[in-house]
Design a protein around this ligand. Structure first.
Ligand code: GTP
Ligand code: MG
Length: 450
C-alpha cells in the first residue's frame, strides 16, 4: 500500500496514524492485511478522525511489550511528530499493558480496532437497547484493561476512544464496573423479554419473518428502504445501523411479511462483543428466512461472506433458509463483472433498480410460499384438487373443458412429502422464473441463472 494515499487535509479533525502488524497468524488466516487496513481507514473516517498515514509491519509474533517492537514504535513516534498526529490506531487488539507502554513511549493516544468500533457504536446507538448494549460492550472491553487507560483519558478528555461511559465511570474501580455490568445485563434482559413478547405476538398472528443480514455497508438498510419505503438511514459509513428496524412488506401475491434490518457484521470483532449484541441479532436467529446481503462490488466479497457465515454460525443461525442477495451490481468493476456465483438461492440486484426490487420480492415469496407451479387436473379428479389445496397455497383456479387448471405455490419438501400424486399433472415451471428468463434476453441481466 502506498503510504501517501491518505488525505492530509484533516479539516480540524483529530489526526491519526494507522498501524497494522502482519503476524504469521494473520498470514495463515488468509485475511488480506492491506484490505483490512483500508477497512480500518473507513472505520476511522466514520469515527470522525483524519487518517494521516498508515504503517504496515511484518513480525512473526507480536511483541509483548510494544506490540510492534520497540524499533518500529520509535518510527511511529517520528512519523507522528512529522505529521502532527495525536493518535495511533492499531488494526489489532492490544492488551492493557501494551496500550500503557505505547502511550508512555510515543506520547500518543493509543486506540485499537475494537475500541474504534465501540466508539462508532457509542455514537450511533439511539434506542435504549442499543445504548445499553454499547455500554455493556465497552465496559466488558475495558475491565481487563482498566489500569492501561487512566492517564490518557484524563489528559486528553474527548475525541475517539472516550465517548460512551464517560470519564467519571471509567475512573471508578473495577468493583463498580462489575456492578454496573451486572445491572446492564439485568436491564437488557428486561428489554429482551419485551422484544421477545413482540416477536411472539407477531408469530402468533402467523407473520412470516425475514431478516436482512450481512457485512457492514453491504446495503441492507438501502434494500429495506427500497422494498418498503421505510425511512431508515442508509449511508456510506460503516455501522450506519445499530438498532434493528422491522417493517411490514407486501409480497406480489398480497401476502404480508415482516422484514428486519440488523446491525452489520465485520471481521475481527471479538466474541464478547458479538455476545453483547446477541439480543439484536436474535432477530436474525429467529427469522424464517435470511437475506444475506453482499456488496458484489467489493474486492473483499468472499472474505466478507465468510465472516457473515461464521457469525451466523455462532448465533446458531447457520442452517437457516437463506437467499444470498448480491447487491450493487449497478457498479461496474472487475468484481461485479466477473461473478462466478450463482445457484437457486442467489439473486443479483441493485437496490436502486425498482425492477430488481420486484424480482427480489418474488424470490422472497418463492422461498416462503414455495414456487408457483401449474397443474392440469382432470375435472373428475376432485381428490387431486383437494390434495393441492391441502399441501400448498392455491393462487388461482380455472376450469377448462374437462380439466381444472390450478396454480399452486408449494415448496419442494411438502411436494415430496404429500404432494407426489400431483407430480404427473404438473405442466410448467414457475411463471416468475419464466419472467426472469424473458428479462434476461431483453436486458442481459441474469437472475438466479448464471
Ligand atoms: N451503487 C450502489 N450503492 C448502493 C447500493 N445499495 C446500497 N448502496 C450504498 O452503499 C452504502 C451503504 O448502504 P447501507 O444501506 O447503509 O448499508 P448497510 O448494509 O445498511 O450498512 P450498515 O448499516 O452500516 O451495516 C450507501 O452509501 C448506499 O447508498 C446499490 O445497489 N448500488
Ligand atoms: Mg444499515
Amino acid at each position: 500500500m502506498k503510504q501517501s494515499t491518505y488525505d492530509t487535509e484533516s479539516g480540524g479533525r483529530e489526526k491519526a496514524l494507522l498501524v497494522s502488524l502482519v503476524t504469521d497468524q494473520v498470514k495463515r488466516s488468509g485475511a488480506d492485511p492491506a484490505h483490512s487496513l483500508e477497512e480500518l481507514a473507513s472505520l476511522a473516517d466514520t469515527a470522525g478522525v483524519a487518517v494521516i498515514d498508515a504503517i504496515l509491519q511484518n513480525l512473526a509474533v507480536p511483541d509483548n511489550k510494544y506490540f510492534v517492537g520497540k524499533g518500529k514504535a520509535q518510527e511511529i513516534r517520528e512519523r507522528a511528530e512529522e505529521s502532527g498526529a495525536t493518535t495511533a490506531i492499531f488494526d489489532q487488539e492490544l492488551s492493557g499493558a501494551q496500550v500503557r507502554n505505547l502511550e508512555e513511549l510515543l506520547d500518543l493516544k493509543i486506540i485499537d480496532r475494537t475500541q474504534l468500533i465501540l466508539d462508532i457504536f457509542a455514537g450511533r446507538a439511539k434506542t435504549r437497547e442499543g445504548i445499553l448494549q454499547v455500554e455493556l460492550a465497552q465496559l466488558t472491553y475495558l475491565l481487563p484493561r482498566l489500569s492501561g487507560h487512566g492517564k490518557n483519558l484524563s489528559r486528553l478528555g474527548g475525541g475517539i476512544g472516550t465517548r460512551g461511559p464517560g470519564e467519571t465511570k471509567l475512573e471508578t474501580d473495577r468493583r463498580h464496573i462489575r456492578r454496573r455490568i451486572t445491572e446492564l445485563k439485568r436491564q437488557l434482559e428486561d428489554v429482551t423479554a419485551h422484544r421477545n413478547l413482540h416477536r411472539e405476538r407477531r408469530r402468533k398472528v402467523g407473520a412470516v419473518q425475514v431478516a436482512l443480514v450481512g457485512y457492514t455497508n453491504a446495503g441492507k438498510s438501502s434494500l429495506l428502504r427500497q422494498l418498503t419505503d421505510a425511512d431508515v438511514l442508509a449511508e456510506d459509513k460503516l455501522f450506519a445501523t445499530l438498532d434493528p428496524t422491522s417493517r411490514s412488506l407486501t409480497l406480489p401475491s398480497g401476502k404480508e411479511i415482516v422484514i428486519t434490518d440488523t446491525v452489520g457484521f465485520i471481521q475481527n470483532l471479538p466474541h464478547d462483543l458479538v455476545a453483547a449484541f446477541r439480543a439484536t441479532l436474535e432477530e436474525a436467529a429467529e427469522a424464517d428466512l435470511l437475506l444475506h446481503v453482499v456488496d458484489a462490488s467489493s474486492p473483499m466479497r468472499e472474505r466478507q461472506m465468510a465472516v457473515v457465515d461464521e457469525v451466523l454460525g455462532e448465533l446458531g443461525a447457520g442452517s437457516k433458509p437463506m437467499l444470498i442477495v448480491y447487491n450493487k451490481i449497478d457498479l461496474d468493476n472487475e468484481y461485479t463483472r466477473n461473478m462466478l456465483v450463482g445457484g437457486p438461492d442467489t439473486i443479483k440486484v441493485s437496490a436502486f433498480d425498482p425492477v430488481h426490487m420486484e424480482s427480489l420480492k418474488e424470490a422472497i415469496e418463492d422461498r416462503i410460499l414455495g414456487e408457483a407451479a401449474i397443474f392440469r387436473i382432470p375435472a373428475s379428479r376432485g381428490d387431486l384438487a383437494a390434495l393441492a389445496y391441502r399441501v400448498g397455497e392455491v393462487v388461482s383456479q380455472q376450469a377448462e373443458d374437462d380439466e381444472l387448471l390450478l396454480t399452486v405455490r408449494l415448496n419442494a419438501a411438502d411436494m415430496e412429502k404429500s404432494g407426489r400424486p400431483l407430480g404427473a399433472y404438473r405442466v410448467t415451471i414457475s411463471p416468475s422464473i419464466a419472467e426472469h428468463n424473458e428479462g434476461d434476453q431483453h436486458e442481459g441481466i441474469g437472475y438466479r441463472e448464471f
